[in-house]
Design a protein around this ligand. Structure first.
Ligand code: AMP
Length: 522
C-alpha cells in the first residue's frame, strides 16, 4: 500500500501534509513552497500549468486561468452563488445538461471537479517526489457549510486525481484536531479562518473527542485579496498623483503591482515598514516610470481596518445562532494565512477577551489536521479515538402539502442511519415520489432540494395502508444515501439515491481515461 496524505484544498491556496511518526509535517511543492495557489491555467501553446506558474497567467490569460474553483464545485449554474461568482470571474461559465456549472475555455469545456482534480494531482505528485513512493490515499478537508453535493464533488475530484479519498472532513474540525482539542473532555472553541478569498467562523463543541459544529457563519467574499486590492488602490492613486499613467490598463504592469502589494502586506506582518519597488513599471508617454514607495504597518491598517471590522458581527451572529456569548468560548483558534496580520490577532483577542491559539503557520494547520485524521484512520496514531463529526444540516423528505419531515436532525453524530415509516395519500396509489431535502424550515420549498426519486410497484391498497420505510444513511464523509422500502405490500423494492456531484461513475471513469491519455501523450 502507498503513502497517505492530508489535503487542505483551499479556495486560493492548497496545502498537503503527512505524518512523520505521530507528528504532522507539511510537504513542500515542487518549487519548495509549503502552499500552492489553487490555480490552473491553459496556455495558447497547449500547456497546462498548475500552482505558482498558473497564477502568473491570471491577468495576462484571464479567460483560460481558473482560480477559486472551490466556489463552483458541486453547484448548479442557476444558483445565487454562481450568479454572484459570474460577476467576478473573468473566465466563462456555462450550464451543463444536468444543470451543473461548467467552465468553458478556449479549447475545451471542463467540470469544476476536473479542475480540482488537476490541483490534487499536482499535490499528489509533490508528495510522491518528496517520498520517492506512490501516494494512494488522502483525507481532504472542506468548509463546515459545504453541503452534500459539494462534499461528493470534492470526493469525485479526489478519485479523478487517482486518490482513494478515505474521508472528507470539516476544515475547522481539522484545525481543532491539529491543536489537540480532541483531547479535551468538554469545551467550546471558535475557529476564525481567513484565507485569500473567504472568511469563515465556526463554533465547535468538543465532547469526549467528538466534534460538533454548533454554528458557522462568514463572508464568502472577504479575504486576503481584499487587503491586497486596498494597497493596489492606494498605489494607483499615489502613482497618478505623481504624474504616472494609470497602469490598470496595462495587464502585465498590473500583475506585477498586485504581486508586489501582496508581498508588502505579508512583510508588514513582521516589520513596521517596507518598500514597494517596481522599476520600469510604465513606459507610456514621456519615458519610463518607476514605482518606489514605502508603506508602513500603520498605513496598511488604515487602508484595511474596516475589512477586519467586518468579521466582528459575523462572529457574533455565529455565537447568537448557538445561543452562546464570547465568554462561553474556551479556545479561539486562528486559521488561514491572512490571520498572520497583527491587527487581526489584536481585534480578535479584544473581541473574545482571550489570546487566540496561533500556529506559526496558520495556512498549514488545516492540512496538518487532515494528516492526523488520515493517521487515525490508518491506525498509525493509536491513542486517539476515531474522530467523529456531526451533520451541519437536517435532512428529510417532502410530505403532503409541501411540508418537510426531518429524518436526521442537524448536529447528529455521523455516521448515522435512521428509518421512518410513511404511507400513501390516495387510494390505490402505485407510486410515491420521494423528494430529499436539506434544511431547517418546516416548508419544503424553503429547503434545499438534494434529489428526487420514485418508488414504483406499490400494491393497490386504500390510502394510509401501505407502509413505506424511508431510510437515510450518512457515511463518515457526510455523504447521504436514501432508500425507500414498501413493507406492507410484501414486495420489497428498494431504490437508493447516491448523492451525486453531478458526475456519474461512468463520467468519472471517462475523465480518468482521458487524463491517462494526456499523461501518456506527454
Ligand atoms: P491561505 O489560503 O490560508 O493560504 O491564505 C492565503 C492568504 O494569506 C493570502 O491572501 C496571503 O496574502 C495571506 N498571507 C499569507 N501570509 C501572510 C502574512 N504574513 N501576512 C498577512 N497575510 C498573509
Amino acid at each position: 500500500m502507498g503513502r497517505v496524505i492530508g489535503v487542505d484544498l483551499g479556495t486560493t491556496y492548497s496545502c498537503v501534509a503527512h505524518l512523520e511518526g505521530e507528528s504532522p509535517v507539511v510537504i513542500p511543492n515542487l518549487e519548495g513552497f509549503p502552499t500552492t495557489p489553487s490555480v490552473v491555467s491553459f496556455t495558447t501553446a497547449g500547456e497546462r500549468l498548475i500552482g505558482n506558474l498558473a497564477q502568473r497567467q491570471a491577468i495576462t490569460n484571464p479567460g483560460n486561468t481558473i482560480f477559486a474553483v472551490k466556489r463552483l464545485i458541486g453547484r448548479k449554474y442557476r444558483s445565487p452563488e454562481i450568479v454572484e461568482a459570474m460577476k467576478r470571474m473573468p473566465f466563462r461559465l456555462i450550464e451543463a445538461g444536468n444543470g451543473d456549472v461548467m467552465i468553458s475555455l478556449d479549447s475545451q469545456v471542463l467540470t469544476p471537479q476536473e479542475i480540482s482534480a488537476l490541483i490534487l494531482s499536482y499535490l499528489k505528485l509533490c508528495a510522491e517526489s518528496f517520498f520517492g513512493e506512490v501516494v494512494t490515499d488522502a483525507v481532504i478537508t472542506v468548509p463546515a457549510h459545504f453541503n452534500d453535493h459539494q462534499r461528493q464533488a470534492t470526493k469525485d475530484a479526489g478519485q479523478i486525481s487517482g486518490l482513494n479519498v478515505l474521508r472528507v472532513i470539516n476544515e475547522p474540525t481539522a484545525a481543532g484536531l491539529a491543536y489537540g482539542l480532541n483531547t479535551k473532555k468538554n469545551m467550546t472553541a471558535a475557529v476564525f479562518d481567513m484565507g485569500g478569498g473567504t472568511f469563515d467562523v465556526t463554533i465547535l463543541e468538543i465532547n469526549d473527542g467528538v466534534f460538533h459544529v454548533l454554528a458557522t457563519n462568514g463572508d464568502s467574499y472577504l479575504g486576503g485579496e481584499d487587503f491586497d486590492n486596498r494597497i493596489v488602490g492606494w498605489l494607483v492613486e499615489e502613482f497618478k498623483k505623481h504624474g504616472g499613467a494609470d497602469f490598470l490598463e496595462d495587464k502585465l504592469a498590473l500583475q506585477r503591482v498586485k504581486e508586489a502589494c501582496e508581498r508588502a502586506k505579508r512583510e508588514l506582518s513582521f516589520t513596521m515598514e517596507t518598500e514597494i519597488n517596481l522599476p520600469f513599471i510604465s513606459s507610456k508617454g514621456a519615458g519610463s516610470k518607476h514605482i518606489r514607495r514605502s508603506i508602513s504597518r500603520g498605513l496598511l491598517e488604515d487602508l484595511t481596518g474596516d475589512l477586519v471590522d467586518r468579521t466582528i458581527p459575523l462572529i457574533d451572529r455565529a455565537l447568537g445562532d448557538c445561543r452562546l456569548s464570547v465568554g462561553d468560548i474556551g479556545e479561539v483558534i486562528l486559521v488561514g494565512g491572512q490571520t498572520r496580520m497583527p491587527l487581526i490577532k489584536e481585534k480578535v483577542s479584544k473581541h473574545f477577551n482571550k489570546r487566540p491559539a496561533e500556529h506559526v503557520n496558520p495556512d498549514e494547520i488545516v492540512a496538518m489536521g487532515a494528516a492526523i485524521q488520515a493517521g487515525i484512520i490508518k491506525g498509525s496514531i493509536k491513542d486517539l479515538v476515531l474522530l467523529l463529526d456531526v451533520t451541519p444540516f437536517s435532512l428529510g423528505i417532502e410530505t403532503e402539502n409541501q411540508t418537510y419531515q426531518k429524518i436526521i436532525e442537524r448536529n447528529t453524530t455521523i455516521p448515522a442511519r435512521k428509518t421512518m415509516p410513511f404511507t400513501t395519500v390516495e387510494h390505490n396509489q402505485r407510486r410515491v415520489r420521494i423528494h430529499v431535502l436539506q434544511g431547517e424550515s418546516e416548508f419544503a420549498t424553503e429547503n434545499k432540494s438534494l434529489a428526487t426519486f420514485e418508488l414504483v410497484g406499490i400494491e393497490p391498497a386504500p390510502a394510509g395502508v401501505p407502509q413505506i420505510d424511508v431510510t437515510f444513511e450518512i457515511n463518515a464523509d457526510g455523504i447521504v444515501k436514501v432508500s425507500a422500502n414498501d413493507v406492507v405490500s410484501g414486495r420489497q423494492q428498494r431504490i437508493q439515491v447516491r448523492a451525486s456531484s453531478g458526475l456519474s461513475s461512468a463520467d468519472i471513469a471517462k475523465i480518468m481515461e482521458k487524463e491517462k491519455a494526456v499523461h501518456l501523450r506527454k
